[in-house]
Design a protein around this ligand. Structure first.
Ligand code: ACO
Length: 315
C-alpha cells in the first residue's frame, strides 16, 4: 500500500511543566532534561471520538478520497469512554463510511500494527482503500497525583489514508510479555458471584525497564528490517520514532549512527500520545515539509505488552 493522506487533531489545552509543578512535587528542571518534554496537550472539554473523526476527515480530505470509497477502517486505541461500541464504529458513522471496521489495542505500537493489518488485507486482495486512525487519551489513564507517570503523557489523534501501491517495503512486529512493567487495571461491573477483591490501579510504569526495552526493541526492529531489505541505515531519509522520551530517541539514533536531523521530533510539545504519536508526527512532518514524496521513512514504536514494531516505506 501507500500513504496518500494524513491528518491530526490535538486538544487545545496546553499544560507546561511549570503548570504541573503548581500541584505536583516536580519541576521543569526535572522533566525536561530527562524526557525532552516542555509541554503537552491535554483533553479538557473535547471528546476523543470527535477528535478521531476530525483527524479522519482531515486525512480523507488530504487524500482527496470520499468516506464511501473506504474498504476498511482500523482504529488504534488503548482506552476511551466507550467500552462498546468500538471507536472505529463511531468513526465510521462520524465520517459517513459504510465499510467494515475494527479496533486494535497495541498500546503505543498501534500505528505500526495497523499498517501491518492494512497491508495484509490488501495483499489478500480484500481491500483497496484503508483508513487508520490512532486516537488516544493517556492523560485519563494516569493518576495526576503520581509524578512518576502523569508528566510523560499528552493526548491526540492521528490518521492516515492508504491505497494500493508498493511503497511499504517491510514491517517487523515483536512482542515480549511483561505485564508488571507498564499496566493499568480497572474494575468491571460487580456481579453476585464475584468474591475476589478488585481495585482500579492507574497507569503504572517501571521507567527504567521501559527505557531499556524501548531502546533494544526499536533498534532491533529497525536493524532487522534494514538487513532483510538489504538496506543500510544511511538509506533511510527520516526516522519517525515513537515520541515517548527524547533520550530513547537519541539512544536509537546513536545505535544507528545517523545524524540528528534524520530524527524529527515533537515530544517537546506533545509528550507521549501513545499510538497517536507516530501518525501525528508523520502528519506534522508532511505538512511542514520535513518529509516529502519519495522519501524513505523508517517508523518505529514500542509500548505496553511489551510490544514493538517498525516499518520502512517510501512516502
Ligand atoms: N519530578 C520530580 N522527581 C521525579 C519525578 C518527577 N516528575 N518522577 C520521578 N521522580 C523522582 C523519583 O521519585 C526518584 O526519586 P528517588 O531517587 O528519591 O526515589 C527520582 O526522580 C529518579 O527516578 P527514576 O525513575 O530513577 O528516574 P529516571 O532517570 O529513570 O527517569 C523516566 C524516569 C523519565 C520515566 C525514565 O525512566 C524514562 O524515560 N523511562 C522510559 C519510559 C518512558 O518514556 N515511558 C513513556 C511511557 S511508556 C510508553 O511509551 C510505552
Amino acid at each position: 500500500m501507500k500513504i496518500i493522506g494524513t491528518g491530526s487533531v490535538i486538544p487545545k489545552k496546553i499544560v507546561t511543566n511549570d503548570m504541573l509543578s503548581e500541584f505536583l512535587d516536580t519541576s521543569d528542571a526535572w522533566i525536561y532534561p530527562r524526557t525532552g518534554i516542555k509541554y503537552r496537550h491535554v483533553i479538557s472539554d473535547e471528546k476523543l471520538e470527535d477528535m478521531a473523526i476530525e483527524a479522519a476527515r482531515k486525512a480523507l480530505d488530504d487524500a482527496g478520497m470520499k468516506a464511501e470509497e473506504l474498504d476498511f477502517i482500523i482504529c488504534s486505541n488503548v482506552v476511551n469512554e466507550y467500552v462498546t461500541p468500538s471507536l472505529s464504529c463511531i468513526i465510521q458513522g462520524g465520517i459517513g463510511a459504510t465499510c467494515p471496521c475494527i479496533d486494535i489495542n497495541c498500546a503505543c505500537a498501534g500505528f505500526i500494527y495497523a499498517l501491518d493489518l492494512a497491508e495484509a488485507q490488501y495483499k489478500a486482495g480484500r481491500v483497496k482503500n484503508v483508513l487508520i486512525v490512532c486516537a488516544e487519551e493517556p492523560t485519563r489513564m494516569t493518576s495526576w497525583k503520581d509524578r512518576n507517570v502523569c508528566v510523560l503523557f499528552g493526548d491526540g489523534a492521528g490518521a492516515a489514508v492508504l491505497t494500493e501501491g508498493d511503497n511499504i517495503k517491510g514491517i517487523k512486529l515483536s512482542a515480549a510479555s511483561a505485564t508488571d512493567k507498564l499496566y493499568q487495571i480497572r474494575t468491571l461491573e460487580p456481579t453476585p458471584y464475584i468474591t475476589k477483591e478488585e481495585q482500579n490501579i492507574s497507569l503504572q510504569l517501571k521507567g527504567q525497564d521501559v527505557f531499556k526495552f524501548a531502546v533494544k526493541a526499536s533498534s532491533g526492529d529497525i536493524k532487522y528490517l534494514l538487513d532483510q531489505l538489504h538496506m543500510k541505515a544511511e538509506d533511510v531519509d527520516k526516522y519517525l520514532l515513537h515520541q515517548a522520551n527524547i533520550r530513547i530517541i537519541h539512544a536509537i539514533r546513536d545505535y544507528l549512527e545517523q545524524p540528528d536531523e534524520k530524527f524529527p521530533t515533537n515530544v517537546e510539545n506533545h509528550g507521549n500520545s501513545s499510538s497517536a504519536s507516530c501518525p501525528i508526527l508523520l502528519d506534522e512532518c508532511r505538512r511542514n515539509g520535513t518529509v516529502k514524496k519519495g522519501d524513505i521513512l523508517a517508523l518505529s514504536a514500542f509500548g505496553a505488552g511489551f510490544i514493538s514494531g517498525a516499518a520502512i516505506m517510501e512516502l
